[in-house]
Design a protein around this ligand. Structure first.
Ligand code: 8YV
Length: 331
């Protein structure tokens, strides 16, 4: 007999074992044992049955799906901080609460951003590929071979100075980079002072003066193609761009063309506009380091994300406002 005092929770992907075990102890839980991405039909069926849905970035929950959701569905407890795959406005209008998992993936995502900056500036993937491909037959050291660019003294322009942007700024400073940023709102002067960060009200002006540009803002209607073809042309040809936020923030076609034409020095992308599809032009560019959305992919982050999901479900089911509730006006 199902226990009706406990919420019926459907998790759309395989989560870490310890998280799943705890969820099964606490809730009536349906797991996705083989981790296949849910089809739209499966998602609709889950939303018709569950009290709580735990989706991930691979589930597109639009207004139509929310419209068809069952009366039982009261909470979408997203496993992840970004909620651009969920129509939060439609969910809220339908009386469905949405939560996410901020903070616990900040440092890991900032590490990955720094890793991408290093990888592109110092040609790490190209170098590693040579050894893997040629083994002992690699040409040997030469004074002018495989030269990259020094990080120290370079200007880093961070687009989006939220949690991850600030964590990146701290790391970049340790590498001797000069930190610049553009954000919807200027951050508190104490934070600016701590990070030694220079604020640019004009994104266009910042872009035209940076050596490294990092995208760290959320994807919302206002940031879709924020780096448009016009803005990409403002970037200096020796500069590089890294993106660990969302692919949709950059016009990927325009970026790939600029890279192919040598009008930008390199890119490091952990996310793609039409994920999981990757623009074939990017694949042809030797100066593109491309990763399969690994920003928060550490054992620690994925456990802590799971713990956050559990805390949000328990708080909600006990009648409290969950700690990580996402409201449309926050986006
Ligand atoms: C997550 C992310 O792994 O949390 C996010 O927004 O982009 C990733 O780091 C993914 O979203 C999990 O759903």
């Amino acid at each position: 007999m199902p226990d009706t005092t406990r919420p019926f929770v459907i998790i759309t992907r395989k989560l870490p074992d310890a998280v799943e075990t705890r969820m099964c102890e606490l809730f009536e839980t349906r797991l996705n044992v083989d981790d296949h991405p849910f089809s739209r039909e499966e998602l609709a069926a889950a939303m018709a049955e569950a009290d709580v849905l735990v989706p991930t970035v691979t589930d597109r929950i639009d207004a139509d799906l929310i419209e068809q959701a069952g009366k039982r569905l009261k909470l979408i407890a997203n496993f992840g901080v970004g909620v651009d795959h969920i129509d939060v406005e439609a969910a809220t209008a339908h009386g469905i609460t949405v939560t996410n998992t901020p903070d616990v993936l900040t440092e890991d995502t900032a590490d990955m951003t720094m890793a991408l900056i290093l990888a592109v500036m110092r040609r790490l993937v190209e170098g590693a590929d040579i050894i893997r491909r040629e083994g002992n037959r690699w040409p040997g050291w030469s004074p002018t071979w495989m030269l990259g660019r020094r990080l120290g003294g370079k200007r880093l322009g961070i687009i989006g100075m939220g949690r991850i942007g600030q964590a990146l700024a701290r790391r970049a400073r340790a590498f001797g980079m000069q930190v610049h940023y553009h954000n919807r709102r200027r951050v508190h002067p104490d934070i600016e002072a701590e990070l030694g960060a220079t604020y640019w009200e004009s994104l266009d002006q910042m872009l035209s003066r940076m050596d490294v540009i990092s995208v760290n803002c959320p994807h919302t209607p206002a940031t879709y193609h924020l780096l448009s073809a016009r803005r990409l042309k403002l970037i200096q040809p020796h500069a590089i761009i890294v993106n660990t936020a969302r692919g949709e923030i950059i016009d990927e076609d325009a970026l790939a063309q600029m890279l192919a034409d040598g009008r930008i020095a390199g890119v490091g992308l952990d996310v793609f506009e039409h994920e999981p599809a990757v623009n074939p032009k990017l694949l042809e560019c030797r100066n593109a380091v491309l990763l399969p959305h690994m920003g928060s992919a550490t054992h620690e982050a994925r456990h802590e994300m799971g713990e956050k999901v559990i805390v949000n479900i328990r708080a909600f089911w006990d009648g409290h406002t969950p700690p990580d509730q996402v409201l449309p006006e926050m986006l």
